[in-house]
Design a protein around this ligand. Structure first.
Ligand SMILES: [Fe+2]
Ligand SMILES: [Fe+2]
Length: 201
């Protein structure tokens, strides 16, 4: 197991071991293992791109905390918390980022705003994505168990450019959604446009 620890003021007072135990209550083993790999990849990308390694690692570790929350529980929180019923047009793939932070805050006390933002944005992206947000967004796509050609391509591009690697991911995600005839969240399209503009600056 890794030997690093996070500042307790970022973790709701929990040690990393305690956070892992909380995650095990919410996630099956495969999803849990993915989160630990995303944590490690986030830390590596953060070091490479001058981002706070602890914020990136913690956001990477917790990014899918609510991935397996039951849809009915998400819908209840969306309605009760007034998070906007337009969200209900989408699904758990979107909710576990945007609404997932509510579960994370309620159940772990993690409160670091930048960490929560990176988790909130990891499903849809955001046109205002910070480098930290991009690190977590990308780490989710290129953690070591990802082996599709497009994932390998993004991993390769990430050696040189965080923005270009995120664009590889977005192109893949958008193409996939279109091919399935699925809805595209407006933030994802806006993110794509914003990153294309950033890249060509
Ligand atoms: Fe996710
Ligand atoms: Fe993930």
């Amino acid at each position: 197991m890794n030997d690093y620890e996070y500042p307790l003021n970022m973790t709701g007072g929990h040690t990393r071991t305690q956070l892992l135990a909380l995650m095990h209550q919410r996630l099956d083993d495969a999803r849990f293992d993915h989160c630990v790999r995303v944590e490690q990849t986030s830390r590596e990308l953060a070091a490479q791109y001058g981002v706070d390694v602890d914020q990136a690692g913690l956001a990477g570790l917790l990014h899918d905390y609510a991935k397996q929350v039951a849809p009915a529980d998400f819908e209840r929180v969306i309605k009760v918390q007034g998070l906007g019923t337009e969200l209900l047009q989408y699904n758990r793939g979107v909710w576990h980022g945007m609404v997932g932070v509510w579960f994370l805050q309620a159940e772990t006390g993690v409160s670091d705003p930048a960490v929560l933002q990176a988790i909130r944005r990891h499903t849809t992206g955001d046109p205002e994505m910070t480098k930290l947000d991009m690190v977590v967004f990308l780490a989710d796509f290129i953690e070591p168990a990802r082996e599709l050609d497009v994932e390998k391509k993004a991993r390769h591009v990430a050696k040189k450019s965080l923005t270009a690697a995120c664009l590889v991911e977005l192109q893949s995600t958008l193409s996939f959604l279109v091919s399935k005839g699925a809805r595209i969240h407006p933030l994802t399209l806006a993110t794509y446009n914003a990153l294309v503009a950033r890249k060509t600056k």
